[in-house]
Design a protein around this ligand. Structure first.
Ligand SMILES: Cc1cc2nc3c(=O)[nH]c(=O)nc-3n(C[C@H](O)[C@H](O)[C@H](O)COP(=O)(O)OP(=O)(O)OC[C@H]3O[C@@H](n4cnc5c(N)ncnc54)[C@H](O)[C@@H]3O)c2cc1C
Length: 296
């Protein structure tokens, strides 16, 4: 196995063009497991550790440009205001050691349906910035996942960054596992309220071949909130609407039975998480509105 060590981004792109089968390694928390277990024996490993700008982030007016190798710990410590859903999801990844190494670029590279960043990225609204020597493009995260552990990257492309919309309302992330730490999700759910556009977005993990949004549930809730004037009057969303939203989220799943859980359990759990996260985020939204009105 040959080891490539580009010092700059352009060198990494050139190396990937020359060796399209080269496997990039960022934190290595997925790659090294696969190599150690003999599941993968790449001809070339390409260490991205010297491309230091991959571990940087920029906070813009509307979005955060998150370098592909920014570790989860940095997201939790520095971006919990701008990216609260992703910060909550980061908290649930593995252990402190893994969170110091692993990042969102690696989660996207692996594209496991159980990756914890995905529901948060889907709910917040994100685009993946990818590049090759042929040029750069931005892929909406919804279109990035193409199958079980498959993504939209071409063989010569690398992930440079992820652009995530800054939160303009409450966000939540919920994960079901057999214990509180070091656990792969049985299923997970992300929810983001976007009062600026008066929309709600969802993300479901580990309950379909790819991470997915619950489109029908979003449409239903968006209509309910708009027709009832809820964004303006801040009333409690009726229990029947919350239940219907939860049922539609459960219906968006296409889960399987496996060692971590049954398909029926996953569908049920997604419904429960949808109901809870909607209740939590809507309460936060109402609280923030009351605080603003009180201050006025
Ligand atoms: C003990 C343990 C527990 C874990 N628990 C969790 C968990 O709770 N939740 C969870 O979501 N994950 C978990 N993981 C998996 C892993 O930590 C995450 O998927 C992490 O986000 C991977 O990031 P990384 O930087 O280490 O990726 P790497 O292992 O370096 O790479 C992962 C994949 O992405 C590709 N890649 C990396 N960077 C790029 C790039 N810039 N461009 C193109 N491709 C790239 C690699 O080639 C590889 O295919 C766990 C892993 C371990 C070992």
């Amino acid at each position: 196995m040959d080891f490539l060590r580009p010092a700059r981004w352009e060198e990494a792109l050139a190396a990937k063009a020359e060796h399209p089968t080269a496997v990039p390694i960022a934190g290595g928390t997925d790659v090294m497991v696969e190599i150690n277990f003999g599941h993968r024996r790449p001809e070339y490993l390409m260490d991205l550790g010297r491309v230091t700008d991959l571990a940087e982030w920029e906070v813009g007016e509307d979005s955060v440009r998150l370098g592909a190798s920014v570790p989860y710990t940095r997201i939790m410590e520095n971006l919990s205001t701008e990216l609260p859903g992703l910060a909550l999801a980061s908290h649930t990844v593995a252990s402190p050691q893994i969170r110091h190494r692993g990042g969102v670029g690696g989660n996207l590279g692996t594209a496991s349906p159980a990756g914890d960043a995905h529901p948060a990225l889907l709910a917040a609204g994100a685009e993946v910035e990818v590049e090759s020597v042929r040029g750069a493009r931005r892929i909406p995260v919804d279109a990035f996942y193409t199958g079980v552990k498959r993504n939209a990257l071409e063989p010569d492309e690398l992930i440079r960054a992820v652009h995530v919309r800054k939160a303009d309302g409450p966000q939540q992330f919920s994960k079901v596992g057999t214990r509180n730490a070091m656990v792969i999700a049985v299923c997970a759910f992300g929810l983001a309220l976007h009062p600026g556009t008066r929309t709600v977005r969802t993300g479901i993990g580990s309950a379909a071949p790819t991470p997915v949004r619950a489109g029908a549930a979003e449409e239903f809730l968006n209509a309910v909130l708009e027709e009832g004037g809820f964004w303006d009057n801040g009333k409690i969303v009726t229990p029947s609407a919350v239940k219907r939203f939860a049922d539609l989220c459960a219906a968006a799943c296409h889960p399987i039975d496996d060692v971590r859980g049954t398909a029926a359990y996953r569908r049920h759990a997604v419904g429960v998480m949808a109901r809870r996260t909607l209740t939590w985020t809507w309460e936060s939204y109402r609280g923030a509105r009351r605080a603003t009105e009180g201050a006025a």
